[in-house]
Ligand binder design. Structure first.
Ligand code: NAD
Ligand code: UDP
Ligand code: UDP
Length: 319
């Protein structure tokens, strides 16, 4: 039995990864400081005898014994990572140093949850891994984008300098159950607004695009990357190439929720990327991976999840 460390394991992606690793018969050590993670996400996992939870901030060193490391700890939505930008950069950079130091001592594989944000507001479309990106280093998104870029640098320097086994995954926008209703991301915002017949907030004119990957596909890609041989380091894009404008997304969610909400327009946040779509040629060739769940199907499952959360809230309020 392998003992697998998942940092950020109480978050959206981390909780799904922990579940999958447990299902496959691994022991899981979930490390989280609960900045954006929630006990609710892992409440069912706490029942497993192979699951262990450690409250810890990865900006501090961590001495544990494990066979594999998935480093997912970091706030991911703009309102969360901009809440304490210095801590965001520290989590990416110091967190990467500590997890790399741990992997070096233990001689184990370490996977980094990097992001499509390393491409910034991309001038190349769709984005292949060879594109170096277009990031404003001093803007309000930089704490996240540059922090993640520096973490990638550290991963590749530990690989070159210490021959560490690294796996760098560039994750594109992902959605699904266990996302936080109030994390400000577009999918959670639009669904919550639609379910409550509140106005749908389109930032800018809604012509900007994103490509949305359903969580089960993403986690499948992540685990495939971890299982690759030593020479496969990435970076590798994992995302769904289906590309939608925010207006198209809003209209689809309105249709699926049968909502009476109207669209309202709000200012576009500073440095908001205008377009984003992964080139997944490498994921196809190297991992034999491609997404299976298309947007409509994934949204239906996600809407069900948020709907059940709202029902729970109403029951709690009534009690
Ligand atoms: P999330 O906010 O739900 O989860 C992140 C988890 O990390 C939370 O449980 C949080 O409490 C924990 N955490 C934050 N700082 C920490 C610290 N210093 N020490 C220990 N734990 C800490 O976000 P998510 O969507 O699950 O994202 C997981 C990872 O994937 C992140 O690294 C994120 O950058 C990356 N990613 C996510 C997306 C996406 O669309 N969800 C896209 C690109 C990259
Ligand atoms: N580290 C850790 N756990 C370990 C080993 C190292 O958290 O099991 C941290 C340690 O605090 C160090 C960092 O990882 O600062 C980088 O480790 P490395 O061995 O690369 O550097 P050094 O210890 O030489 O500074
Ligand atoms: N967005 C929007 N309305 C919202 C929240 C977000 O129109 O209520 C837009 C946002 O400006 C961006 C896109 O949706 O263009 C995706 O935003 P999100 O924060 O989900 O992800 P990211 O910008 O990090 O890709």
């Amino acid at each position: 039995m392998r003992r697998v460390l998942v940092t950020g394991g109480a978050g959206f992606l981390g909780s799904h990864l922990c579940q999958k690793l447990l299902n496959e018969g691994n022991e899981v050590l979930c490390v989280d400081n609960f900045f954006t993670g929630r006990r609710q996400n892992i409440s069912e996992l706490l029942e497993y005898k192979n699951f262990e939870l450690l409250r810890h901030d990865i900006t501090s060193p961590l001495y544990v014994e494990v066979d594999e490391i998935y480093n997912l700890a970091s706030p991911a939505s703009p309102i969360h990572y901009q809440f304490d930008p210095v801590q965001t950069t520290k989590t990416s950079v110091l967190g990467a140093i500590n997890m790399l130091g741990l992997a070096k001592r233990l001689k184990v594989k370490v996977l980094q949850a990097s992001t499509s944000e390393v491409y910034g507001d991309p001038a190349v479309h769709p984005q292949p891994e060879s594109y170096w990106g277009n990031v404003n280093p001093i803007g309000p998104r930089a704490c996240y984008d540059e922090g993640k870029r520096c973490a990638e640098t550290l991963f590749f320097d530990y690989y070159r300098q210490h021959n560490l086994q690294i796996k760098v995954m560039r994750i594109f926008n992902t959605y699904g159950p266990n996302m936080q209703a109030n994390d400000g991301r577009v999918v959670s915002n639009f669904i919550m607004q639609a379910l409550q017949n509140k106005p749908i907030t389109i930032f800018g004119d809604g012509s900007q695009t994103r490509s949305f990957c359903y969580v089960s596909d993403l986690i499948d890609g992540m685990c495939r990357l971890m299982r690759t041989p030593h020479e496969v380091t990435g970076p590798i894009n994992i995302g769904n190439p289906g590309e939608f404008t925010m207006i198209e997304l809003a209209n689809l969610i309105l249709e699926l929720t049968n909502s009476r909400s109207e669209l309202v327009f709000r200012p576009l946040p500073i440095d908001d990327p205008k377009q984003r779509r992964p080139d997944i040629t490498q994921a196809r060739d190297v991992l034999g991976w491609e997404p299976k769940v298309q947007l409509r199907e994934g949204l239906i499952k996600t809407i069900e999840y948020f709907d059940s959360q709202l029902v729970k809230e109403v029951k709690l309020f009534a009690a």
